[in-house]
Design a protein around this ligand. Structure first.
Ligand code: CA
Length: 232
């Protein structure tokens, strides 16, 4: 248990959004520091390393992507980016450059707080800890030690690639994974652009594990970005 509440670094030049973030974070007793430019953010982060960063991609002095790259050189804390609706490509680039999640403006306090909780939970897992061998949520159970997948206690047959895709998503439950990341993990580095593989395998996975494949409960599409496994 941490003695202090997690420290969050807010990097956002627009005052109304900063005010909104401030109010949202205060409701959960998070501690936070604010930066209105990239330079200031990098200085603040170095002086007092945050537990989580919220980074707006459109900053007045340096490109948000550069701030992200500079922070990622040494900072392990999760970074959630804020992007505008027309910044789809930038969002994907940021995720591939080491951002952990994104929020598209406008977003709600509930959305923001949920993303922060997931990101902090991932960060706290740490690399030294043993991972659980069984993952269960709702009526789905993935037994990683025995390579078994059960839905409502019934074993489901998955092909090796379907299994790999599902377990990759499950191991990062709650986190958005880009097309490129998933293709790399499941098919290997030579297939980084073949998003149609993903669509095909995701459709068959959904048919096998979702109650209603057209309204997935676990395997969520992040339009133009990738997929996210949501656990309850
Ligand atoms: Ca901005």
């Amino acid at each position: 248990m941490a003695i202090f509440a997690p420290l969050i670094l807010l990097i956002e030049d627009e005052l109304p959004i900063r005010r909104f973030l401030r109010t949202s974070l205060s409701s959960e007793d998070y501690r936070f520091v604010e930066a209105e430019s990239g330079q200031q953010a990098i200085r603040l982060a170095a002086r007092q390393p945050p537990d989580l960063v919220i980074l707006d991609l459109g900053l007045p002095d340096i490109d948000g992507q550069d701030v992200l790259r500079q922070l990622r050189e040494w900072l392990k804390a999760p970074i959630i980016i804020l992007s505008a609706r027309d910044q789809e490509k930038q969002k994907v680039t940021a995720l591939d450059n080491g951002a952990d999640d994104y929020l598209t403006k406008p977003f709600s306090t509930a959305e923001l707080l949920a993303r922060i909780r997931v990101a902090l939970r991932h960060a706290n897992k740490g690399s030294g800890e043993a991972e659980a061998s069984t993952f269960a949520t709702g009526d789905l159970k993935v037994d990683l030690a025995n390579r078994k997948v059960l839905v409502k206690e019934q074993e489901i047959h998955l092909t090796p690639l379907e299994y790999k895709l599902l377990t990759t998503l499950v191991k990062h439950a709650g986190k958005v994974l880009t097309h490129r990341f998933l293709l790399n993990e499941v098919w290997g580095p030579l297939h980084g652009r073949e998003t149609h593989y993903l669509r095909v395998f995701m459709a068959s996975l959904r048919r096998k594990i979702e109650e209603d494949a057209s309204q997935p409960r676990y395997l969520i599409t992040e339009q133009g970005v990738g997929y996210r496994f949501t656990a309850e």
